[in-house]
Design a binder for this molecule. Sequence first.
Ligand code: MRU
Length: 341
Amino acid sequence: MRPVIWCGDHAELIDQTALPTKEDWLTCRTPDEMADAIFTMKVRGAPAIGISAAYGIALAALRCSDRSLTGLQRELSRAHQIIQSTRPTAVNLFWALQEMRKIWENAESADGLTQQLIDRACAIAREDEEMCRAMGRHGAELVPPQAKILTHCNAGALATGDYGTALGVIRAAHEQGKLDMVWVDETRPFLQGARLTAWELMQDRIPCRLICDNMAGFLMKQGRIDLAVTGADRITANGHVANKIGTYTVATLCKVHNIPFYVAAPYSTIDPKLHDGNDIVIEERHPDELTTLAGKRIAPEGVSVYNPAFDVTPPELITAIITERGVFRPPYAQTLAQAFN
Ligand code: MRU
């Protein structure tokens, strides 16, 4: 299932804030509508954000009334600014915008520019799906028979071009008959696990069971988790991984219980310029995500709230990083550099 689809002159996306109770598809005709969909998390997940950003730029070119090269470039620059200010942590957003920018900055004429931008955006989506399938194949080799796998957040088809990163590994293991079941962390506060991962796995009839985030340690102690796999929003050159808040807790618990902790992500998630996990910008979201549940207030009015949407897991807690180019083990500063330079 593809969360964002290009429909010739507009994009359609499944509203992930309505899932699992409703399957609503939204139409985005302008870059501003696309930016709003990303900001409000109707589309979310690092690779899907990147794909949507690229489509947003294609929409800017399509809708621009000034068809001169400078007119188009002015509008594309405006769209770039708006879209890049939606969410700060997932590097795929900036990577995809840069891919698009290279095209319109280097254009010598307006002729054919819009079509080139549409083609590149569609290619980014297609390549992402191919990368997920390759990641799945590499990752499945790490999965033992009858595996019970824990995952956090949603790093599935909904978060990518299709198939998923962490869920890509799980899907491939399932296709190979190696999977017993998936433990799905509910993923407070936005509940991507409970709402999206559980829905996605059930659509594909992949056996899964939902738990609260604070149950994972108990299950590990009971020997009911063989490995954990998550996605990533940004990976530094030396293997610090920003991902959904709570990932660091899962990785720490895995270390204590001697359980492999894997991260699955495409190369566009690696930020070669960054070396220190502390330099990753962590998005803070609205307090309502914590103080309300399904629109109902659950905390005292006026309570002070801290709501970081991501955390950073250090390389020493990560058994391996699975990419479309293979499986990389520590020391990541060296292994990732060899693979990506
Ligand atoms: O805030 P979200 O839902 O966009 O966060 C998503 C995650 O943290 C995912 O694990 C990550 O983007 C990888 S998706 C393949």
